[in-house]
Write a protein that binds this ligand. Structure first.
Ligand code: ATP
Ligand code: MG
Length: 261
């Protein structure tokens, strides 16, 4: 199902993709093999295999504490790991986080990570990685304000006084300003009002339309199933299911054992 590349006329907005995302080849964009992760002596991931292709949106599901955030942090070099993490064919396991970011991986962590004293606009501009790294400059400030008009209204306000939902929008946008080829987003809709959840869903769809690959950690099954091409379900530090949303929908046993509360 590779409908992503279809060049349907989009609705008027400036939506030109500068070039094809990544170098779409046969090998996955991200390929994880036998990943183990540790917090000190605590062994949290027990041999994860996972891959993401260029332009693909993949969700990582599972109950609290199963290791979803640890998986994402492992990719971002924030946890000690063994095993292999290949990004664009190169090993990045245990590399420094800033190097990983410069390779084109964006990360939106669970906690809304903003500079509270800087304005919304300053936070966004800080997300840019400098002219060298902004290879395609796929995203502009105007794109951010179009997706989240509320941020435009609050452009000159200190980020620290924004609501939780506004801070989440800001974090999502700041990461995009770094022009990632691949973005990992950890529970973006947690604790947000339904209206804002809808905006976040639109944001995810826009990433999909522009061919950005996404690894989404999400509790809300409906969004994950709607937006993803594939899903992984985790249980106790391992992958217990991999398949399409349709396959997961058709498998009540997996949902009952590993997802429903
Ligand atoms: N900094 C840490 N030090 C020690 N143990 C940790 C640390 N962070 C997480 N853990 C443990 O690792 C396991 C996996 O945690 P992780 O944060 O990956 O879970 P999760 O699937 O993201 O769930 P949730 O977001 O609901 O907490 C849990 O048992 C958790 O207690
Ligand atoms: Mg988590």
């Amino acid at each position: 199902m590779s409908g992503v590349a279809s060049s349907g006329a989009s609705s008027g907005a400036v939506l030109e993709t500068a070039s094809a995302p990544g170098s779409a080849s046969a090998r996955p964009l991200l390929e994880i093999t036998d990943l183990h992760a540790y917090y000190g002596k605590s062994h949290v991931l027990h041999g994860i295999d996972l891959h993401i292709d260029a332009g693909e949106i993949v969700s990582l599901l599972g109950r609290n504490g199963v290791g979803r955030s640890t998986t994402v942090k492992s990719i971002m070099g924030q946890v000690v790991t063994t095993g292999s993490i290949l990004f664009k064919g190169e090993e990045i396991g245990n590399e420094k986080a800033f190097r990983i970011a410069h390779r084109g991986i964006g990360y939106v962590p669970e906690n809304r990570d903003i500079f509270p004293r800087l304005t919304v606009e300053q936070n966004l501009v800080l997300g840019e990685k400098g002219s060298g790294a902004r290879r395609n400059a796929r995203w502009s400030l105007a794109d951010m304000y179009r997706m989240f008009p509320r941020l435009k209204e609050r452009e000159h306000v200190a980020a620290g006084v924004l609501s939780g939902g506004e801070q989440q929008m800001l974090t999502l946008c700041r990461t995009l300003m770094g022009d990632p080829d691949f973005i990992m987003i950890d529970e973006p809709t947690e604790g947000l009002a339904p209206k804002i959840v809808e905006l976040v869903a639109d944001y995810l769809k826009e990433l999909k339309d522009r061919g950005i690959s996404v690894l989404l950690v999400e509790q809300k099954l409906a969004i994950a199933l709607e937006i993803s091409q594939r899903v992984y379900v985790m249980g106790h530090g391992q992958i217990v299911f991999e398949g399409t949303p349709a396959e997961l929908k058709a498998d009540p046993a997996i949902r009952k054992e590993w997802l429903e509360v």
